[in-house]
Design a protein around this ligand. Structure first.
Ligand SMILES: Cc1cn([C@H]2C[C@H](O)[C@@H](COP(=O)(O)OP(=O)(O)O[C@H]3O[C@@H](C)C(=O)[C@@H](O)[C@H]3O)O2)c(=O)[nH]c1=O
Length: 183
């Protein structure tokens, strides 16, 4: 596994080593020892899997307590995946990074605690799989507006179709009013 620093050094892009042969391919998707060495993160205790159609946007989400670090990947289709730094005392506070993750490119994104996270589906459907360092806690769940101009995420949107969001995400907080981390 290749761990690549992004423009926000705490957010890492992981490129697995893929062994192809006449049967198909094999890759390791997670190793606790290597991952802990690279990130210093707490152990993962929850795994999630979601499926979404083209044009769905989920995010931007984080939990103010039981804060989750997330190791995310796509097992079918393609998404544009984004992390936003919500750590007030960080040199990259308010900055975002975004990457296309797909079943084909097999890349993973490490989104540490202190970041809001979201994704936009660019294929017909996408199955999204991720590991979390803490449990889901809806009482601490925050949604930040995906299109807040202060963050300025450049989503690769389809022109003919506005992104489709959940009720919760339609009512997301502005970046300014969203609670920040002091990590
Ligand atoms: C996230 C989550 C949801 N749920 C339930 C609550 C709800 O009824 C249903 C759908 O929840 P949501 O609308 O919050 O799902 P979703 O919009 O997919 O939320 C996820 O979005 C991405 C971007 C993230 O970063 C994740 O951490 C998570 O917040 O699933 C759980 O039971 N456990 C969980 O861990």
């Amino acid at each position: 596994m290749n761990y690549v620093k992004t423009a926000i050094p705490d957010v890492l892009l992981l490129e697995p080593t893929v062994f192809g042969d006449e049967r198909g391919f094999f890759m390791e998707t997670f190793r606790a020892d290597e991952f802990a060495k690279q990130t210093g993160a707490r152990a993962f205790i929850q795994d999630n899997h979601s499926r979404s159609s083209r044009g769905i946007l989920r995010g931007l989400h984080y939990q103010t307590q039981q804060t989750q670090g997330k190791l995310v990947r796509v097992v079918q289709g393609e998404v544009f995946d984004v992390a936003v730094d919500m750590r007030q005392n960080s040199p990259t506070f308010g900055k975002w990074v975004g990457y296309l993750l797909s079943a084909e490119n097999k890349r993973q994104l490490w989104v540490p605690e202190g970041f809001a996270h979201g994704f936009y589906v660019t294929s017909e459907t996408a199955e999204f799989v991720y590991k979390c360092t803490d449990y889901y806690a809806p009482e601490y769940d925050v949604s930040v507006k995906w299109d807040d101009p202060e963050i300025g995420i450049e989503w690769p949107l389809f022109e003919e179709q506005a992104p489709q969001l959940s009720e919760k995400d339609l009512n997301g907080k502005s970046f300014q009013e969203a609670p920040k981390f002091l990590l």
